[in-house]
Design a protein around this ligand. Sequence first.
Ligand SMILES: C[S@@+](CC[C@H](N)C(=O)[O-])C[C@H]1O[C@@H](n2cnc3c(N)ncnc32)[C@H](O)[C@@H]1O
Length: 230
Amino acid sequence: MDFASFDKRHYPVLGPRDGYGEWAPTYEATVLDLMDLRLLARLRCVDWPASEATIDLACGTGRVGAWLRAQGVARLDGVDLTPAMLALAEQKKRYDRLILADVTATGLGDGAYDLATQSLADEHIADLRPLYREVARLLRPGGRFVLVGYHPHFLMLGMPTHFDRASGDSVTVESHVHLFADHVTAAHEAGFVLQDMVEGVIDDAWIAAKPKWAPHRNHPISFAMVWRRG
Ligand SMILES: C[S@@+](CC[C@H](N)C(=O)[O-])C[C@H]1O[C@@H](n2cnc3c(N)ncnc32)[C@H](O)[C@@H]1O
C-alpha cells in the first residue's frame, strides 16, 4: 500500500537512494538502537555465533553489522543501494565485502549464506515478493532470515520515515505500508516458515531518549520476524 493515503506530515518525498544519500552524514545520530538492536537481542531462536556466512541486507552505515560482529558472527557481507551509506559502513571495518546493489537483485551466489538480516528497510520496497524470493535464493536450506521493520501501525498513524535536511526542512524517504499478512504471503511463496516474531513499543526507555514521543506510549514502533528457509 502506498503511504500517501496515511500521510499526516506531507513533507516532500525523496527516493531511497537520494534520501539516504542526503541523510547519511546525520543518520546514526537520529536512529535509536531501541528500534531494532533491542529487538534482535530478544530473539532466542537465532544462534548468531553459529552463522558461518551472514549477509546484512540494506546494511546502511553498518550499525547492524557492528552488532552482528559483537555477537560473534564469522564472515559478514553487506548490501546497500546508497553509496554514501556504504562509505560509512566501510569505515567501520566490520564487513568482509560491501556490495552496491538492490536487495531484490543482489547478484550474489545461490545458497551462499546461512543467515540474512535486514533492518529498517522493508518500508522502502514497494513489493515484498522479490525481496523474500531473493533472500530465499541467497540462503542455504535451513538458513534464517531476520527482518526488522518499522511497524505498519506507526506508518498508518501518519508518520513516515523522515529526516531533517541541513536547511532544517523535513523530508520523507518514499515509504510503503506492508501489513503483516503481506510479509507472510510473500515469505510463504518463497518457501519460508515463521519461527519467531517480537514487537517493540514506545516505553519508558524510548520516552527517556525522545521525550516528545510520550503521547505515543505503548504504541508498537517496530517488529522483528525470524524466517526459516525450508
Ligand atoms: C533506515 S536505513 C537502515 C540501515 C541499517 N540497516 C540500519 O539499521 O541502520 C535504510 C537503508 O536501506 C537502504 N535501502 C533502501 N531500499 C533499498 C533497496 N531496495 N536495496 C538496497 N538497499 C536499500 C538505504 O540505502 C538505507 O541505507
